[in-house]
Design a protein around this ligand. Structure first.
Ligand code: SF4
Ligand code: SF4
Length: 95
């Protein structure tokens, strides 16, 4: 049981080549280009911190392997089933 998903891109600044494909491709305008350069001399993309819906367009348009991932987490509802799940996770390894 989940009530919402939390999504955000994780960009490896040292693997990014600053091509801006993810920036142009993000429908939420949630990715920006840094003023600073990485060790290879490229300005790199970074997540603004707001607006990601988890659509993964940025992931599929990035040409650099491992430069960009989209992480998604599910928040557990605080109802009876949610509490059972949390209790089970808390007891994991305890017996
Ligand atoms: S997953 Fe979609 S909304 Fe989130 S940063 Fe990538 S393109 Fe933008
Ligand atoms: S698409 Fe990939 S390589 Fe291009 S700016 Fe975005 S993260 Fe960097």
């Amino acid at each position: 049981m989940v009530d919402e998903e939390i999504s955000f891109p994780v960009i490896n600044s040292e693997l990014c080549k600053g091509c801006k494909r993810c920036i142009v491709g993000c429908p939420q305008n949630a990715i920006l280009l840094s003023d600073e350069m990485n060790a290879a001399g490229y300005q790199y993309a970074y997540y603004s911190g707001n607006g990601c819906t988890g659509c993964k367009d940025c992931y599929f348009t990035c040409p650099e392997p491992l430069a960009l991932e989209v992480h998604q987490y599910k928040k557990i509802v605080n109802n009876e089933i949610g509490r059972m799940i949390k209790a089970k996770v808390a007891n994991k390894g305890g017996n």
